[in-house]
Design a protein around this ligand. Structure first.
Ligand code: FES
Ligand code: FES
Length: 285
């Protein structure tokens, strides 16, 4: 069972198919076809969506390649797609900047590009070209050229505008917190093929019971395997809800990084101690 907010609608999905990607779910089940499928393997950014989660009482937004993201990764999060940006009949400031600065031609990459710009304008505090390049590094455009796209990025960073997501932040935080406490995400019967333990104890119990299961953290390899495989996918155990696997701490001369951290989170935590290695991680994958 996966519970999340689809923009501002609470959704509980009981489909335990571990191979179901967010892209398939959005396009085929929700008919949200604004999110595009390009490469289908995490390389082009056409399928970029925004995932919002609560961090220290505030909303924190990140991009995700929907073609490689399992539905289970939405647990307790807000997923925002290109269809959600328009407000009161008006384009979102990010969309308006793309229009005004001619940052789109054929438009195939544009929904993904807009979602990455959306996250950039949430994270930036002023113009930083390197930050903008990093934010758009996963989005390929074959026809517009990046100069007008970077112009749009610059305008958004230099002139931040409070949008409806900012105005509704407190409400969204409260709803996501309620979602986390309302929904028990525990391994249950044999019929459930994607298990989501929430503690190390549950994880151990689940793995002992299903030793053939594949452990899923991020899933950039495993989801690709499953999406292209002909055979039925194996049961999976998603690690994302196990709080202890997202811990990072230093003791003596050791840095401990939980297996549930993303590469970006590792980079943030390694930046002070190992700046050169943190830089290498920007090139990872
Ligand atoms: S479709 Fe290309 S990254 Fe997802
Ligand atoms: S606008 Fe055509 S690929 Fe970007």
């Amino acid at each position: 069972m996966t519970a999340f907010l689809l923009n501002d609608t609470r959704v509980v999905e009981r489909d335990g198919d571990p191979a179901l990607t967010v892209l398939q779910y959005l396009r085929q089940r929700k008919r949200r076809t604004g999110t595009k499928e390009g490469c289908g393997s995490g390389d082009c950014g056409a399928c970029t969506v925004v995932l919002g989660r609560v961090e220290q009482g505030r909303m924190c937004y990140e991009t995700a390649s929907a073609c490689l993201t399992p539905l289970s990764a939405l647990q307790g999060k807000q997923v925002i797609t290109i269809e959600d940006l328009r407000q009161d009949g008006e384009l979102h400031p990010v969309q308006q900047a793309v229009v005004d600065l001619h940052a789109s031609q054929c438009g195939f990459c544009t929904p993904g590009m807009v979602m990455s710009l959306f996250v950039l304008q949430k994270q930036c505090s002023g113009w930083d070209r390197q930050q903008a390049e990093q934010a758009l590094a996963g989005n390929l455009c074959r026809c517009t050229g990046y100069r007008p796209i970077m112009d749009a990025a610059r305008q958004l960073c230099e002139h931040p505008i409070a949008d409806s997501f900012t105005r509704q932040e407190a409400r969204t935080v409260a709803r996501l917190n309620a979602l986390a406490s309302e929904v028990a995400v525990e391994p249950s019967g044999e019929e459930q093929r994607c298990f989501m333990p929430t503690s190390l104890e549950q994880l151990v119990a689940c793995y002992l019971r299903y030793p053939q299961a594949r452990l899923l953290a991020g899933g950039t390899d495993l989801m690709l395997d499953m999406a292209q495989a002909v055979a039925a996918p194996p049961p999976t155990i998603a690690l994302e809800q196990v709080e202890k696997l997202r811990n990072a701490y230093t003791d003596n001369n050791h840095i401990h990084l939980g297996a549930g951290l993303t590469i970006t989170q590792c980079e943030q935590r390694l930046h002070a101690a190992l700046p050169a290695f943190a830089q290498v991680l920007q090139r990872f994958a």
